[in-house]
Design a protein around this ligand. Structure first.
Ligand code: NAP
Ligand code: GLV
Length: 300
């Protein structure tokens, strides 16, 4: 089996993936871009991390595109993707667990005022805040898929009253009206792009907080900044941004009501994620069902 491993990787990341994948599936021929360009025939699978647009159209025998990313918005933006080749995305319980940890940390820190204490320390200020119970802090999780579902269960186990919102749930505004913290774990699709705008934020009660762990383009930055500046929104924890890394000088960096994370809410763990990839490659070879298909029509 000839498999192309391609995409945009951080320094040393491609080598780590290549080593782990080869360790778990040594019988495959793992190829890089140059090797694939030299001999594209017979490459049946591409394991990709947001590959360069146009990269996959040059593989005549491709039968599976396996994303190393959970979110496939960037991948699907490539209009040259071969339309008949199925796409599978990364679904890894280890990644879901990491996301649930980040959501729990953010909600706990917001609920107990820990971001405020951090700011107070910088001012040399000693000022205990009133303490609320977890059951007094309603949390709304947008998306109840792999990430949203796992995060919601973790938050509920911690005692928060948790609601989730998916496509079948209808109007969002009544749920926003009762939420103290909103955790966004939606995929980025034409329907969800720009969802978190002035209207969305105005529907939240004064003093609510936003935790965006999904994609930067879910948020209209100017509307978020206006809601923070007016004090309507108490705080935003942001892991993802329109442009990443977040550009120097962006208003989020120094905003007193914003906590910035470097797209680190749930990194893909090569050890467990490689096993997910290898299971799908073995299924492709055996002609058994592939897991975690992307529905191109829905966009996730
Ligand atoms: P998933 O399993 O596909 O779940 C998506 C959920 O969103 C489903 O519940 C789906 O509803 C819901 N949804 C989709 N479109 C909707 C719409 N228009 N209105 C309301 N609900 C909608 O995805 P996942 O694995 O949980 O991942 C979610 C996202 O997390 C990814 O797409 C990615 O952007 C982000 N992510 C971020 C990081 C990070 O480190 N920051 C890491 C991994 C993933 P249905 O149940 O009706 O289908
Ligand atoms: C990370 O954001 C992912 O989609 O895997």
């Amino acid at each position: 089996m000839r498999v192309l491993l391609t995409g945009r990787f951080d320094a040393g990341e491609r080598e780590a993936w290549a080593a782990e994948l080869a360790r778990q599936l040594p019988e495959a021929h793992w190829l890089d871009d140059a090797e694939a360009d030299a001999a594209p025939a017979g490459i049946t699978a591409a394991v990709v991390a947001n590959p360069a647009p146009g990269r996959l159209v040059r593989l005549p025998d491709l039968r599976l595109i396996q994303s190393l990313w959970a979110g496939v918005d960037k991948l699907l933006a490539d209009t040259t993707l071969p339309p008949s080749v199925p796409i599978a995305r990364m679904v890894d319980p280890a990644m879901n667990a990491a996301m649930a940890e980040t959501a729990l940390w953010a909600v706990l820190a917001l609920h107990r005022g820990f971001f405020t204490y951090q700011a107070q320390q910088r001012q040399g200020q000693w000022q205990p805040l009133p303490q609320r119970r977890a059951d007094e802090v309603p949390v709304l999780v947008l998306g109840r898929g792999q990430m949203g579902g796992t995060a919601a269960a973790r938050l509920a186990a911690q005692g928060y009253p948790v609601q989730t919102w998916g496509r079948s749930d209808g109007a969002l505004a009544p749920r926003l009206a009762t939420a103290q913290v909103v955790v966004n774990l939606l995929p980025l699709t034409p329907e969800t792009r720009g969802l978190i705008d002035a209207r969305f934020l105005a529907a939240l009660p004064r003093g609510a907080a936003l935790v965006n762990l999904a994609r930067g383009a879910h948020v209209v930055d100017a509307d978020l900044l206006a809601a923070l500046d007016s004090g309507h929104l108490a705080h935003a924890v942001l892991d993802v941004f329109h442009t990443e890394p977040l550009p120097a000088g962006h208003a989020f960096w120094q905003h007193p009501r914003v906590t910035v994370l470097p797209h680190a809410a749930a990194a893909t763990d090569e050890r467990s994620a490689a096993a997910v990839v290898v299971a799908n490659l073995r299924a492709l070879q055996a002609g058994t069902p592939i897991a975690n298909f992307v529905d191109r029509g829905r966009g996730y």
